[in-house]
Design a protein around this ligand. Sequence first.
Ligand SMILES: NC(=O)c1ccc[n+]([C@@H]2O[C@H](COP(=O)([O-])OP(=O)(O)OC[C@H]3O[C@@H](n4cnc5c(N)ncnc54)[C@H](OP(=O)(O)O)[C@@H]3O)[C@@H](O)[C@H]2O)c1
Length: 233
Amino acid sequence: MRGVALVTGASSGIGRAVAKCLAQQGFAMALVARRQKLLEQLQSQLAPAKAVVLAQDLTDFGALDALVASVHTQLGPIDVLINNAGITHTGTLESTSVAEWEQVLAVNLTATFALTRAVLPGMRARKGGRVINLVSVAGERAFAGWGAYCASKAGVLAMTRVLAEEVRSEGVRVTAICPGAVDTPLWDSVGADFDRQAMLSADTVASLVLYAVNLPPDAVLEEATLMPGRGAL
Ligand SMILES: NC(=O)c1ccc[n+]([C@@H]2O[C@H](COP(=O)([O-])OP(=O)(O)OC[C@H]3O[C@@H](n4cnc5c(N)ncnc54)[C@H](OP(=O)(O)O)[C@@H]3O)[C@@H](O)[C@H]2O)c1
């Protein structure tokens, strides 16, 4: 076994593709999302790789220490944390309710912070580990109609940069991956007519995550923007 990797949002899209890649590389996998059945289907597809299912709403912040403790008990200490779970919301800022705004920030930003905070002491104690955050070009650029999402992702990018500064000297490697549009179920809930064929595939994003994971411990990919080569944003 190469180590233990926890992937959030493993029930769908990019997280699912990343979990498959890491399992193939010999990592024992902790699969986290809310939809238990989808996680269990993935778990059986990953066999004979070792994988455990942790059905958890990540906005239940008080439960995240126990989640990490459960991974330690079942698999061992976490070597790789992939903060991938995310939601989107479209609408002008004026039309976005405070509840909608808070929900996007809770999943995309605060859960990423809270889970990282729960995992970090173990990595620092062992002087090693990788934290890889799925950000977005929406964290770097403004898109009209995507205000809550852009704000949440800009927050994740800022948090990732701060974390990299705080733990680089302690052997913990921190990466922000900023993809453009990726053809995943995330777009099913977005009303407008986007060309899904022109988007990146989840497998392509997963291959970049794998590249960051596989770098030798004396190197870190701190930020990467990955855009579709066929014109989609
Ligand atoms: N698709 C794109 O164009 C694109 C581009 C750049 C960045 N990204 C980012 O990449 C990440 C993955 O997106 P995706 O495209 O793969 O989307 P997706 O297919 O919709 O998957 C989102 C994942 O997040 C999980 N999730 C959502 N809310 C959760 C919660 N409260 N607690 C636990 N898990 C939760 C979902 O699982 P459950 O529903 O089972 O909980 C699902 O597994 C997101 O952070 C997204 O912002 C996506």
